[in-house]
Design a binder for this molecule. Structure first.
Ligand code: BGC
Length: 463
């Protein structure tokens, strides 16, 4: 008989799954009970449904944030491929670009003892959930399928925690993508800007012709995504990592950070509906209507443009965001499996196996606007934009920059705090780059202390 490793909870090992599940429940109960307001009476959590009311073992509830029309189609394709394998996909989609809603719902559901079997958890968040011992280790699937033989090294690292594979990778998005309206550019004899200096020249001409230069939302994560693009353009992946991955206070004080912040203010001037916090599909709609000449957004916008009747290389062109042609600012989508109920384990493992298969990788990513996580993918099956993304990513870590906004560079709390600082600076024209730098530096010092295990420090440096 196959030897089964004892189930784990963080660094704890349990003699049986039942004991482990009981430990998770007890832990969850204690967290909830501690947080229960005194004036709400005795603490009583929602009872766990009896086994008869539980979902069949081949039904997997999947929590994700693919809710735009094109994202929905990509998710439906996955559901159909699962059905071919005898698995039922029970959808639990939570709206909110970049997973802002999904992250909160997930936390609430886990605390209520109601974790979905499968969840879109990406980047550094994978490690955070794995560290709690809540994610299923799928080492046997990965080694039987020889995942290391075909996954890009960066992807291999992203799906591992403490030397265990805890996520199934789906696709790689390029966040530094520039879209331009080909008819407008042809009429005004414009070329897509390769640098931010060229961007300003193009923007002048578009505005003079009565076209809004840039479609952009002021939603916090979308503003921070623009900032990431500016940092990368200003200084390349090495400095990008110093600032947003290592969060070195010296990098926050650096001239290059000041320049990226100044540039953010300048670019704000080229946005027509500056203060509107529109969800990203609305921004895509503005661009698709021809109401703006350019847009900078992750390549998930491509299929959404197709939904709006825009064809790549005909109606719109795709290029790297100014100053970043050599680099790849990435967001990698991964699905993780929650380990609470071991009845689902065979189905969860089967799903992980199917997700990385060459055909699901090619078909899903074509619908999603991303590129396969496989080094052996066929570029002939990709559109021009995807091919450029895939070949730049394939050049390796030196040209890759992990997107902070999309959780590739920092844990959730750090990410949220940095996004909030950048957003605050963007909204308030009186805030100076020097001030924003000081505040970022203070945040970095605080986080550095935290990651060294120091007791929670008072943030005296910030006003
Ligand atoms: C995800 C994409 C998604 C995008 C917009 C990113 O974090 O990687 O799959 O389309 O957010 O919500």
């Amino acid at each position: 008989m196959e030897k089964v490793a004892p189930p784990r909870l963080g660094r704890l090992r349990f003699r049986s799954s039942a004991r482990r599940t009981a430990a998770i429940r007890a832990f969850t109960f204690s967290v909830l009970a501690a947080a229960w307001p005194a004036d709400c009476g005795a603490f009583s959590p929602t009872p766990t449904p009896p086994p008869s009311a539980q979902a069949p073992a081949n039904t997997l509830q999947v929590l994700h944030w693919w809710t735009s029309p094109s994202e929905r189609k990509a998710a439906d394709l996955l559901a159909a491929r699962m059905a071919d394998e005898g698995l039922a996909w029970k959808d639990a989609a939570i709206p909110g670009g970049a997973g802002i809603g999904a992250g909160k719902v997930l936390k609430g559901r886990v605390l209520a003892g109601d974790a979905p079997e499968v969840t879109q958890i990406i980047g550094a968040s994978v490690a955070e959930w794995a560290e709690l011992g809540l994610l299923l280790e799928i080492d046997n699937v990965a080694s039987a399928g020889n995942w290391n033989g075909f996954l890009f090294p960066t992807i291999q690292k992203l799906i591992q925690h403490r030397n265990h594979v805890v996520a199934a990778p789906l696709g790689i998005h390029r966040v530094n993508t520039l879209y331009y309206n080909r008819a407008v550019f042809a009429r005004l004899r414009l070329a897509p800007p390769r640098t931010w200096a060229e961007f300003v020249l193009v923007a002048h001409k578009l505005r003079a012709a009565g076209v809004a230069p840039l479609a952009q939302s002021s939603e916090s994560w979308q503003v921070a995504a623009l900032f990431e693009n500016l940092v990368l353009a200003e200084s390349g992946p090495e400095f990008y990592r110093e600032l947003l991955v290592k969060r070195n206070p010296a990098a926050a004080a650096d001239r290059r950070t000041a320049e990226a912040l100044e540039r953010l203010r300048v670019v704000k001037g080229w946005i027509t509906r500056q203060m509107e916090e529109r969800p990203w599909p609305e921004v895509v709609r503005q661009f698709a209507h021809g109401d703006a000449g350019m847009m900078i957004m992750g390549d998930w916008a491509k299929p959404e443009l197709a939904e709006r009747g825009m064809a790549l290389d005909e109606d719109y062109g795709c290029a790297a965001a100014p100053g970043t042609a050599k680099y790849h600012l990435y967001s990698v989508d991964t699905l993780t499996m929650f380990a609470g109920d071991y009845r689902h384990m065979p189905s969860q493992e089967k799903m992980a196996r199917v997700l990385v298969s060459p055909s699901v990788q090619a078909d899903f990513n074509a619908l999603k606007g991303a590129v396969p996580v496989r080094r052996d993918a066929d570029p002939a099956r990709m559109d021009s934009c995807a091919r450029a993304s895939w070949s730049v990513f394939a050049q390796g870590a030196a040209v890759q920059a992990p997107s902070l906004v999309h959780r590739m560079a920092a844990d959730e709390a750090t990410r949220d705090a940095i996004i909030a600082e950048v957003h605050r600076y963007f909204l308030d024209d009186r805030a100076t780059p020097a001030e924003a730098q000081r505040r970022l530096g203070a945040l970095f010092r605080l986080f550095n202390l935290r990651s060294q295990g120091a007791p929670v420090a008072q943030d005296t440096d910030r006003r």
